[in-house]
Design a protein around this ligand. Sequence first.
Ligand SMILES: Nc1ncnc2c1ncn2[C@@H]1O[C@H](COP(=O)(O)OP(=O)(O)OP(=O)(O)O)[C@@H](O)[C@H]1O
Length: 409
Amino acid sequence: MAEPTSAVSDRQGPDDPANAATGAAGATGTAASAGGADRDADAGLVLHQVAKTLGGRLIVDNLDLRVRRGELVCLLGPSGCGKTTTLRMIGGFLRPDAGQVLIGGRGYTTTPPERRPTAMVFQNYALWPHMNVFRNVAFGLRLRKLPKAEIAERVERTLALVNLTHHIRSFPAQISGGEQQRVALARALVLEPEVLLLDEPLSNLDAKLRVKVREDIKEIQQRVGITTVFVTHDQDEALSISDRIAVMNAGRIEQYAGAHDLYREPRTRFVADFVGTMNFFEARVREAPAGGAGGIGRVAGPGAVVEVGDVAVPCQAPSALTEQPGLVGVRPEDVRVGQPGGVPARVVREVPRGHFTEFVLELGPLTLRAFVGADTPVGQETVPVTFGRALVYADGKLRSERPVGRADG
Ligand SMILES: Nc1ncnc2c1ncn2[C@@H]1O[C@H](COP(=O)(O)OP(=O)(O)OP(=O)(O)O)[C@@H](O)[C@H]1O
């Protein structure tokens, strides 16, 4: 991916046979296009049952994705799950074996990159070292043979947008990594694409700069209102900048949701494990015995217990009840320390983490991580523990039916 050529065309119509076959809106009838042509026409980007095999392996597996106009969506997943392959099919650098790519309701599945209304920012920036910032940003417009005055006006306007006007005559080697990244962003935005594609754009920056540049990107993206697909394997990055996140695993999307829902309600074990920290263990989650035996009745909420071996931990909000032991996940902030009615746990370690403290606790056969507020007393040998939310998984999928006997859900 060496060439900074992700130019968009001069707004020529797409040459995708899908347009002839299905009208402007492409196929209908799946998760991506449920609701049909009108919704596809309304969406910024639709992937419909897109598949790709590379080197004899199925890398992208009948993937459906719908991105609203102006939305920033992250493709998040472990190395090798097919994020970049998907992005390259959106940008036209790879042709899908099956399925359709629709942008603004028009089919672009087979259209080459330079004739799509997309622009890509690459991981390594791919700036021309012998060209100054102005000429790097002007590159795509010159290819389009736009008048000189228009090129100058658009380049200057875009450099002002990314706050780089003062470096207009600098060469890439004379500016920082973060500034180089903003030049790469300007070079894509100056083409006024309908969809901006970013492939791990921050991975060459140090930790502090990553946070700064990702905030810059989000701010610019919102200001321009451009539909954006951002590839990353960094959950922190995805959670902090996305309107929605598509968590990918082995060529498929496991869950597509906003950051809050993804974190609080991970639908699969894979997502729960990949996004944030989770305590996982085998347990039975049952209704609390009537009358509050063992102090359980004093815990606020519906009153369930999580049974692990001989230990029964009061739990405020299980996602389901299980007669047979199943996989249970509890976020560290849902391991509550110092609550009335709690079960004593041995404190193995306390790690100050600034505005919270991480406790490592031994509770019967379990070792648990708990994140507690800085005001929780430290230096104790044992602490009482209860659970807030507990997520119950069966066959790797979240069970979220209303627990038996609970009227309030
Ligand atoms: N041209 C190719 N031929 C054969 N296999 C390929 C080719 N390109 C990619 N792959 C394989 O496809 C899989 C997915 O690659 P892809 O780059 O899409 O993953 P990714 O999710 O973006 O990972 P990363 O975060 O490491 O970039 C990888 O196992 C990769 O080795």
